[in-house]
Write a protein that binds this ligand. Sequence first.
Ligand code: ZN
Length: 63
Amino acid sequence: MPEYVFKCKDCNQKFSIFLKMAETIDYIRCPHCKSTNVVKKYFPTPIHFKGGGFTKSTEEKGN
Ligand SMILES: [Zn+2]
C-alpha cells in the first residue's frame, strides 16, 4: 500500500497516510486540526508490479 505524505496548510503539520487508491486523497483530513486544506508533498511511484518481489501474483495469473 503506497504511503502519501501531506502537509496541512492550516497548521503546517506534515503527516503520512497509507492509501489504496489515489482518488482517496480528496477525502484526506489533517489528523491534527481535521482540516481538509492539505497539499500533497510526496507521491510514491504507483506502479510496483514490475521487477522482483511480486512474482507470486504474476505466476498465479500466468497459470
Ligand atoms: Zn492541520
